[in-house]
Design a protein around this ligand. Sequence first.
Ligand code: ADP
Length: 557
Amino acid sequence: MFKLPIRRWPERSRMLLVMLAVLLPAAALIVVSIRQLRSIQREKAIEAVIQRDYQQVLAIAEKRIVDHAYDVVEDDKATFPEEPSAKNLKAFLTTHPDIAHVFVWSEKGKLVLESQPGRMSNPDFDQESMKLSSMVGGWFEGESSEFFVKLRKMAKTEGRPTLFESNWVLRGDKWEYQSLAIFVPRGSTAEQPELAGFVYDTDYLRDKFFPQILNAVCPYQRAGNSPESQAAMMVRTAKSPALLAASSAWDGGSAEVERKFESVFSGLILGMKFRGTTIATISNRFLRTEFLIVGALSLLLAVGMFFTYRSVTRELALAKLKSDFVSNVSHELRTPLALIRLYAETLELGRIASPAKQHEYHEIIRKESERLSGLINNILDFSRIEAGKKEYNFRETDVADLVRSTLESYRYEIEQNGFQFEQKIDDNLPQLRVDREAIARSLLNLVNNAVKYSATEKYLRVCLYRSNGSLNLEVVDHGIGIPDGEQPKIFEKFYRVGDPLVHNTKGSGLGLSLVRHIVRAHNGDVTVESTPGKGSKFVITLPVQEGQQQEASGASA
Ligand code: ADP
């Protein structure tokens, strides 16, 4: 039968693949966002949006200004004399100082135009009055019917029968703007049709009408708003960039967005800006915030990825160490068991006559079972530590005595293995509160390693001495040594150096991690100094308490 080979990706590649699957779209998203922000910046899209927004505000403001203009005219119309004689018009003007000129036109009586009597002493004003009279007379002579048609249409469609016309007058060297409101007066009949009008002068528009209405229509004027977020509006004539009138929040300069008045006040321009800021500043601030957010997100992503990668790598390494551990331990358990069984069976068969041989076999069985129980103790300790259930039984102990007796039971085996063994234990060492069994096991683990990892030169030295505020237990060998980069790792659980010399030696990778745990539980530490090919020195440091030091000095005295 034909079988498709199933390709299994190595763990690390699979993990990298998963990370790429997350990282690539996220990175793409960030790149796209940055590109988009760049293009927004380049094309000044935000400025355009704000300008569109301002234009809308201006359109609404214009509508309200126009409504107000109609209201003003309606108010003035309400008191307009029914009998439009020159006398009545003069009287009307005295009660309406905002109106510069007033006029009535009828087909029969032609045009009657009166100007503010108080201003007639000004020759310019007098001349202006005459010019206006001839201009308006001229309009109505030829086009009165058109005015009537337009006004009728406006009354029908909008309910506001007033026509506004613009007029420019030259005062000194300056062109000034006037607004003419033309309407059908109440006295007009079908037989005697009449047209009337008010002329609102620049002074009125500049000093009264626009300042009032601009303040009323300007948005964002609420009391709590900071001056920065206050909109300001102004009006100018199309003939000059100079200001005609402005709202109170106006802080000089020119408008950022402008809009021409269409029907009423044609020839004037309405402008707007924000106090204390510009559209470019608002847009830059917005873009800066967006860039910062994208930057912060990218950073978070990178940090997140880094930590994920690190923790997954660690988990993978641990998983590999665990699987190595299982095979190492099975091997370590099987070998002594096989030996014990072999020698026990041989002895049982009674074939070994020589007592010396019998003794040797018994010794092998004892040593192998000691090795087994050492290994099992290590595993049990390890599992207790992992489950957080490891308990220590601290008792006042003569550490020198403990070290001596532990080594004694091991000495024979060390020397049998051909080791030159030195033991140096200082006198008058203080007693310490330690867990006897745990400290003995730590020492055995270190000695055991020194024996296991010594290839050619078989040397072992154990020293116990005082150094400053601590008691140091030192185990030195002239064995294979540990490379610099590996030294911090050997205290991690399951870790074994990837050297072929180490792999040929049985081990579980638990010994040193236990030593470190035990020593730290005694508030001490374990360190290593090692040179590959030359040997290693492991030092267990146990702190001596204040009282114990005194006790020691008392003892030595
Ligand atoms: P094990 O000896 O069971 O492998 P340990 O935790 O006791 O586990 O040691 C971890 C690793 O440290 C060993 O696999 C070995 O590579 C290295 N090591 C420990 N002690 C020595 C030593 N005295 N000399 C050289 N290498 C050592």
